[in-house]
Design a protein around this ligand. Structure first.
Ligand code: MRU
Length: 366
């Protein structure tokens, strides 16, 4: 997607310098910073400390991390240790496990001297695959928006609420939840997006609002607690979120707070869709609440927020008494019964074992 007039992806291999480059998302929206990841420690920090984040992007970054480590040390021991190290960086998003599994399966049978080259090719392919999946999510998802637009009078926008950042910065390009929006705009359908700020890290305020502004898409930032009220007053036609891991039975794990939006949508009879590439489906699980590991993150994310001060300086400020005890679960699970449908690269399906099996018969458990 565009930043100013220039097209960017969230991660790329720069041919000229032979470096893996990322947008360091910690500083957005106030500073747009591109950095090189040139050793394994940098990759571990980039994923763990959320220089990059979002399930698909975490997977793509880990794949490049394997490539960079294979240049330094392509031995079996190094491959195994690197996979373990990267896997431990973030426990919830299953794309990480998927991408590392792909790399391990490809590289293990190869002689050491062939591993780096093969790893680079596969990491690039994983990125291309992600871009294409997300594009197709938009192709399918826009049909839902079109149906709602057809019920509106001329000039009236379709109002869509989204949570966290499931935009292009969370993927390699397009985003998942945002891809249908971009397709709608390309087809001249008016959309207006309500952007949940998404405490504690404010991915909605920092990233989604910035992304939408860059593409000139109508939007308003709202506090996390405003969604229910807006739904009660008819301000929202549709909710689309992303997901970090969806079970084979359709339970959706996503950024903390998603469940409350699904409950409010259910109570107000508003369609609640989840957009995802199939790499986010964990076919081994059938009960999201019981089985998906929920990442507990640093208390500092809750006690401190980033603020742009009146003089333009960006600073972190504390919002509670010193030493306040904190719980910081980063994700929650929305049971399949609250999900109207899943928007995947192969089409839209019910959030259920049967629905997913129809679209992905080769993956579904017998
Ligand atoms: O903690 P984050 O910022 O990595 O969480 C990201 C989300 O929860 C996204 O909604 C999810 O990964 C889907 S991204 C296409």
């Amino acid at each position: 997607m565009n930043v100013g007039n220039q097209h960017y992806r969230s991660i790329w291999f720069d041919e000229q310098s032979s470096q893996v480059k990322i947008i360091d998302q910690r500083w957005l929206p106030h500073q747009f910073l591109v950095v090189d990841l040139d050793n394994l420690d940098a990759f571990v920090a980039a994923i763990g400390d959320m220089w990059v984040r979002g399930a698909p992007l975490i997977g793509a970054t880990a794949a490049y991390g394997i490539y960079v480590q294979m240049i330094d040390n392509p031995s079996n021991k190094s491959l195994e240790q690197t996979c373990d190290l990267l896997l431990a960086t973030r426990p919830t998003a299953v794309n990480l496990r998927w991408a590392l599994g792909e790399m391990r399966t490809l590289l293990t049978p190869l002689p050491d001297h062939e591993r780096a080259k093969a790893a680079l090719a596969r990491a690039r392919q994983i990125c291309e695959q992600d871009v294409e999946c997300n594009r197709m999510i938009g192709v399918h998802g826009v049909e839902l928006i079109k149906k709602i637009a057809a019920t509106k009078s001329h000039g009236e926008a379709v109002n869509i609420l989204t949570h966290c950042n499931a935009g292009w910065l969370a993927t390699v390009d397009w985003g998942t939840a945002t891809s249908p929006l971009y397709h709608a705009v390309q087809q001249n359908i008016d959309v207006h997006v309500y952007v949940d700020e998404t405490r504690p890290r404010n991915q909605g305020a920092h990233l989604t609002a910035w992304e939408l502004a860059q593409q000139d898409i109508s939007h308003q930032l709202i506090v996390d607690n405003a969604g229910g009220h807006l739904m009660q007053h008819g301000a929202i036609d549709l909710v689309i979120t992303g997901t970090d891991r969806t079970t084979g039975s359709g339970d959706v794990c996503n950024k903390i707070g998603t469940y409350l939006k699904a409950l409010a949508a259910h109570d107000n009879n508003i369609p609640f869709y989840v957009a995802l590439p199939s790499t986010t489906i964990d076919w081994t699980l059938s009960d999201g609440i019981a089985q998906i590991p929920i990442e507990e993150r640093d208390p500092l994310e809750v006690t401190k927020v980033w603020r742009k001060l009146n003089d333009g300086e960006v600073a972190q400020v504390q919002i509670c008494p010193d030493n306040t005890p904190v719980a910081n679960p980063a994700f929650d699970v929305t049971p399949a019964r609250l999900v109207t449908g899943l928007i995947t690269e192969r089409g839209v399906c019910d959030a259920s074992t049967q629905g997913l099996a129809q679209l992905f018969p080769e993956c579904a458990k017998d």
